[in-house]
Design a protein around this ligand. Structure first.
Ligand SMILES: *Cc1c(COP(=O)(O)O)cnc(C)c1O
Length: 455
């Protein structure tokens, strides 16, 4: 499979470029030049596969020039052997709710699903190439822990993670800062998540710097992550055995829900994708009325969604403009000036696949409380937003992606029900371990200097 950039679809790239670089040099995001679409018969052949087999089949469509199917199959098995659930993900039905639990990996959020795979993909690449790679990534809380867990201790790899100082939950932070391996570096930036992401983006676009350190990215724009995330959409469809299926997806950077859209493009009969946001509702405003204008980031109890600029949205812009990269570039210039209003024609196209809503803080806490009273089960605040949005849009029988384990957000659940869930026992030790991180100013030069000093 060949890939192009959303901002220039004349130049072709391989899966290797796409995976190792993450972002194209022209600032665009990688997308496949064409997509395989599964027909009904082909879908029925996938139906009875277990999770690892299904992952192998789907990912292989995208990566076969990089890794053979056999090697991919063992890489997938190795990646998911770290999960507490044998089938990786789990669908639970509580009352009328269907929750797709994606948080049974080592750091208790859905990001492990793609990241455990990515970590092993780097190892595979480096086993065949004599190189050292430095991964730099910004996190709103969960990406960092998942990436660190996937990369720690691997040879010829370092990982630098930027998180917004004091703006993630203490459990989120401790899962990152208590890791002892020497190739892990945590940086707390005095700023918000968008500041962290901007620093990483500027470091990438400084080609002299990024090439000099062999810089690589694992944030949610990495195509390999998106592909690994499509698997659970297929898996849920097969497990639930419905004719059509809709999903409510707690959304920040538009990565997870884009994986749903990609699944639909690949032939999965998804009816609607519900984009669920917290008070940082730019995507809700965009999808419901075309208003893609960012505002100040607000801190909420679902910090992994405290994002105003949803990087992956560029891929959707590309597709709804019929893969026109000139048009996409033009729109992205408007986005940069914060003046993009989605055209009526395009909004109609978006609304065929997507609906959106947002839940404010009080609504989120109420959902946690009501669900606890009714089902005796604690929802994490991100999942609660997904549940709330499904209710608001009257999609009561859709599948809600349950993106984090409730124990990761004890303050939010305490606020809602005066209770919190304990960490699984194999992780409880992080609460008492010594933490290790460097606090830096919101300043790209300072971060570059720090990175250089460590490699
Ligand atoms: C990252 C994250 C999200 C948002 O996912 P995106 O791919 O950024 O839209 C939602 N919930 C949790 C728990 C997360 O960690």
């Amino acid at each position: 499979m060949k890939y192009v950039s959303t901002r220039n679809n004349l130049k072709e790239y391989s899966f290797k470029d796409v995976f190792i670089k993450g972002l194209a040099d022209d600032g665009g995001l990688y997308v496949p030049k064409s997509l395989k679409k599964y027909g009904t018969q082909e879908l029925s052949k996938l139906k009875n596969l277990n999770y690892n087999e299904l992952s192998t089949e789907i990912i292989n469509q995208f990566s076969s020039e990089f890794i053979t199917k056999n090697e991919l199959s063992s890489l997938v098995s190795k990646s998911y052997s770290t999960f507490r659930e044998k089938e990786v993900v789990k669908i639970t039905e509580v009352g009328e709710l269907k929750l797709l639990e994606l948080f049974h990996g080592p750091t208790l959020a859905f990001k492990d699903v793609a990241m455990q795979f990515i970590g092993n993909l780097y190892e595979y690449y480096l086993s065949k190439n004599d190189k050292k790679i430095n991964i730099v990534v910004a996190t709103s809380g969960d990406t960092g822990a998942a990436a660190i867990n996937a990369i720690k201790g691997k040879s010829n790899l370092n990982i630098f993670v930027l998180h917004p100082n004091n703006r993630i939950s203490s459990v989120q932070r401790k899962l990152m800062t208590t890791i002892e391996e020497k190739n892990v570096f945590n940086i707390a930036i005095n700023g918000n998540f968008d500041d962290c992401q901007n620093i990483v983006k500027s470091m990438f676009s400084d080609l002299e710097f990024s090439k000099s350190i062999n810089m690589s990215g694992v944030n949610s724009i990495n195509w390999a992550r998106i592909v690994a995330q499509t698997v659970y959409y297929f898996y849920s469809f097969f497990k639930l055995d419905q004719e059509k299926i809709s999903f409510s997806v707690p959304t920040g950077n538009f990565g997870d829900v884009f994986a749903g859209y990609l699944s639909k493009k690949m032939g999965l009969p998804i009816d609607k994708l519900l984009v669920a946001t917290n008070e940082n509702d730019i995507l809700h405003r965009a999808i419901s009325r075309g208003d893609y204008i960012s505002k100040e980031v607000k801190e909420t109890s679902s910090p992994s969604m405290d994002i105003q600029l949803a990087s992956n949205f560029e891929r959707l812009i590309y597709y709804i403009n019929n893969s026109n990269s000139e048009k996409t570039s033009e729109i992205m210039r408007k986005v940069k000036q914060n003046s993009y209003q989605i055209e009526k024609k395009n909004l109609d196209i978006i609304q065929k696949d997507f609906l959106s809503e947002s839940c404010n803080e009080q609504e989120t806490l109420n959902i946690i409380k009501k669900n606890y009273e009714k089902n005796n089960m604690i929802l994490d605040p991100h999942t609660a937003v997904g549940v709330g949005v499904a209710k608001k849009l009257s999609f009561n029988d859709c599948v809600v992606l349950s993106t984090a384990h409730p124990c990761k957000f004890p303050d939010a659940t305490k606020n809602a029900i005066n209770k919190h869930e304990e960490l699984p026992k194999e992780l409880a030790h992080v609460l008492h371990k010594e933490e290790n991180f460097q606090i830096l100013r919101n300043d790209i030069e300072e971060v570059k200097k720090f990175v250089k000093s460590k490699i």
